[in-house]
Design a protein around this ligand. Sequence first.
Ligand code: SF4
Ligand code: FE2
Length: 627
Amino acid sequence: FKLTTVEEFEAATERLLETGAKVGADAWQFRVKNQTPHCKFGEEGVCCRICSMGPCRITKKAPRGICGCDVHGIVGRNYLKFTAGGSATHSDHGREICHTLYESSADGCYQVKDPEKLIRIAKEWGVETEGKDIYDLAHEVAEMGLWEYGKPFGTQRFLKRAPQSQQELWEKNELAPRAIDREVSCSLHMAHMGCSSLPEALIKQSIRAGLSDGWGGSMMGTEFSDVLFGTPKPIDTEANLGVMVEENVNIVVHGHDPSLSEMVCEYADSPEMIAYAKEMGAKGITVSGVCCTSNEVAMRRGIPMAGNFLQQENVVLTGACEAIVVDVQCIFPALGPLSKCFHTKFITTSPIAQMPDSEFIRFDAKTADEKAKLIVKTAIENFKNRKPELVHIPQLKQKATVGYSVEAIIKCLDGVANSQVDEMGTVKPLLQCVTSGVLRGAVAMVGCNNPRIRPDLAHIELMKKLIANDIVIIASGCSAQAAAKAGLMDKRAKDICGDGLKRVCELADIPPVLHMGSCVDISRMMILASELAKCAGTHVSQLPVVGCAPEWMSEKAVSIGNYVIGTGIDTFLGVDPYVSGSSEIAEILTNGTREWVEAAFTVEKDIDKLGDAMIARIEEKRAALGI
Ligand code: SF4
Ligand code: FE2
């Protein structure tokens, strides 16, 4: 067993770019060059264009905008708007899932696959479950979920899952998120011309908007996806471009919402469609994924992961992709023109993400089955249009075991429990591993890829360093896929861990890097941290647990960062969130927020130093607890 290196990833990409050159394809690698150097005002966050007296940009010579706003107000407003964009996006995804749950029925397109979880949530929300039809219950809970977006009074229902101490901090500092849409609207209102320019106020609202995502929209996205499609359990899969199969019809699903990809997987696996593919000259059908849609179907069905964010163009460049089917978020508009250079069909499906040069097959909960069938058929019928001289699938892939929901982690960790002393079925055995020092702590590795950092390198190098130091990793999103591609989700990766973590991996039969799902599933991490804190009788902020997004790029990632620190977890970033132009905003984000939520950001572009800083923080927290 050998890990795959970033150099090997890059060699595969180089080879694909050669194919691209033959057909005149563009790629992000070239566009990055064209965009470098980046706009310095943008990078520092000091450009304001929220009213038409501007745009104003702050320099030494011009320290204030025309309205008199200083650099701290401008940077702070930009940061808040960035967060609101992310919170809106995750939460709207969650809303779609609520609607899908609302549409579920015994004989419709979507069923309830985890009724126990639905009943658990219903009880948590005070709904009478006794003697109720499961679909009546699903509709009632879905509607309650939808009200979380616009209710006029009160705060998010799921906040009650946090430890009391965190809830008190939120209340005391006016950070408890109200209706989700209200927090997004309120953010845009505050950042409007002539409203807030006070740094503390802007950052506080950024945290509240973030919390409305993590403990509102994202959490509903995760929980109701589990109800509809099943709560993930450990399952074997594979990762990297080598999962595509040359002889088969290759359908790649990309985006975030599992409602589409679940249906596509269902049909692609049907005898009828497989027979049709054979009729069209293929051996079968392979569905693989990119980005979080991929994580969703990998976690629940073991569908292989073709790659993460910056590999989305690569799947088309293989020349063997019959259709790349997308839903929402993180989809390069580049896929339109790129797919035109090949036989690939670029199929958009959501009114939220419409793009030029794509075929739009509108997907909705009521007609999901027929649309999914149409998509699969379209891909199959496209197989004959392949240009064999352009086909090259890099033979790189690794085995991975994925599917570590909180429920699954608890179950696996029962394997390390001493059944005489420990309570099984709780986080207690995990906590024991941490307090005894067998595990030094945990790092939540999340987020995207970003050409500013050599893609995947930061994720992989940090994980290797941390697991060697007996720190277990929980990962999601494109970070998780980087790990899987490298082989860090192969159980055999235990051999590069410290002795303590290795022992835990053996006893619990887990890999050292646990795939917790997509980006909305970072809400799972918040629940896990909360359960650990409750079990330990500490604040979340006291646990030897930190978050890390070394290659993040999207507004969603900033929203996540805000709710992770908002939950009391120090968060380490490898990319600056456009705030370096304001000493005051930078100070609040890296220190000031501790006063409100007991956690803050650290930004460090040197990967090695970033890893050292995380280990040091974990050890500091251990020392403070006396463990
Ligand atoms: Fe300039 Fe103020 Fe308008 Fe921003 S709000 S563009 S700083 S005048
Ligand atoms: Fe994602």
